[in-house]
Design a protein around this ligand. Structure first.
Ligand SMILES: Nc1ncnc2c1ncn2[C@@H]1O[C@H](COP(=O)(O)OP(=O)(O)OP(=O)(O)O)[C@@H](O)[C@H]1O
Ligand code: SF4
Ligand SMILES: [Mg+2]
Length: 344
């Protein structure tokens, strides 16, 4: 299988009004093979959207890329604070379906005009009629009526707008699509249609890979080939969806995902209890392993030294305990053992 994405040592920060840098993507490396859907999970504030924007080269002030290298489908770009992006990169090489984009549609333009705008902005080779035909077909696949093309955004429901945005962000057949919470405004059947459309576009080679960010963990497991788990601006584990569900190799993944994803029914008790506390402020993250203040498996080394990834480019975990106990299962109750000490 060929490699679609090679992103190495990505760093990006928000510049605060006081002039301080808050590093929200910290030395992240990520690889995706052609045809894959990579799910991305992590509590709120862990950096999923920020990483998406860095990969899609859609970072806007106060977010600045600092360093790193991204290769998508053989084309490479190096990141720096200047943030200069070749015109053909966005939309065609990589496209971002942004989180909370429902209100980003211009209220005074019909959807067909937005389609025209995308073509103009990207200087696309496709003619406008062809683009409208493509948009109409994809809207149909997502259960939208043809009249949606002539509607103004305020005439569409939230779920319809979300589907329109999905169509617009895939219009130029990007090699890699980053879909950030694309299903949160959709009912179950619309969710299914969207996921089926993305899978179909992958199967037909129209797109070559998808990063799918969601808090809907059962959905994440069902659609992902592999899952990347983020904590405090870093990827702490990447593994197949099955491994993450049944035998995650990072205590944070275990606590975050196992209780929800493990098979019924003995998990009902675990479901009630999650990890107490919240991810740390990225302005001053904990030393060593950033999860150590909340981790029941914590050892002396954990606050002293950042754990290195153990595994391969495609499947790894960054945890001292796992490195020392490669064959032992991580028990969720052991990870949550410090819950009483952790403040909500
Ligand atoms: N404008 C900003 N200035 C400073 N820090 C910011 C700014 N925007 C976001 N951050 C920080 O960046 C971190 C990552 O935020 P991000 O939105 O990427 O998280 P997320 O994982 O996508 O969360 P969610 O699941 O809620 O969408 C957060 O800790 C947040 O505090
Ligand atoms: S065992 Fe240590 S390194 Fe592993 S997650 Fe817990 S605190 Fe981090
Ligand atoms: Mg987000």
């Amino acid at each position: 299988m060929s490699r679609l994405l090679e992103a190495t040592n990505l760093n990006a920060a928000y510049l605060t009004p006081e002039g301080r840098e808050v590093k929200a993507v910290d030395d992240v490396s990520l690889y995706i093979d052609e045809g894959e859907i990579l799910g991305c999970a992590g509590e709120s504030g862990c950096g999923k959207s920020t990483l998406g924007n860095v990969l899609a080269l859609t970072a806007r002030p106060p977010l600045y890329p600092i360093s790193g290298r991204i290769t998508i489908d053989g084309q490479t770009i190096s990141l720096d604070r200047e943030n200069k992006v070749p015109r053909t990169w966005r939309g065609e090489v990589v496209s971002m379906l942004p989180q909370g984009a429902l209100n980003s549609l211009s209220p005074t333009a019909r959807i067909r005009n937005l389609v025209g705008d995308v073509m103009k902005a990207h200087d696309a080779k496709m003619g406008k009629d062809e683009a409208l035909d493509r948009a109409r077909d994809r809207m149909k696949e997502l259960g939208l009526p043809p009249r949606a093309l002539d509607a103004y955004p305020h005439e569409l429901s939230g779920g319809m707008k979300q589907r329109v945005i999905t169509v617009i962000s895939t219009l130029l057949n990007p090699k890699l699509l980053i879909a950030d919470e694309p299903t949160s405004a959709l009912d179950v059947s619309s969710q299914r249609a969207l996921v089926e459309m993305l899978r179909e576009m992958l199967n037909q080679g129209i797109m070559k890979g998808v990063i799918f960010v969601t808090h809907d963990l059962p959905l994440l497991k069902s659609i992902s080939d592999r899952i990347a788990v983020m904590y405090a601006g870093q990827i702490v584990e990447v593994a197949s969806a099955e491994t993450i569900a049944d035998n995650a190799r990072h205590p944070y993944s275990t606590a975050l995902l196992n209780a929800v994803l493990a098979p019924e029914p003995d998990t009902l008790v675990k479901r009630v209890e999650g990890i107490r506390g919240a991810p740390p402020s990225l302005a001053k993250p904990p030393s060593g392993c950033r999860f150590h203040p909340r981790c029941g498996l914590v050892m002396d080394i954990c606050s002293a030294k950042q754990p290195a990834p153990v595994g391969t480019d495609l499947e790894f975990a960054c945890c001292h305990w796992t490195a020392q106990h490669p064959d032992q299962v991580i028990r969720v109750e052991d990870v949550l053992a410090r819950n009483d000490e952790v403040e909500e």
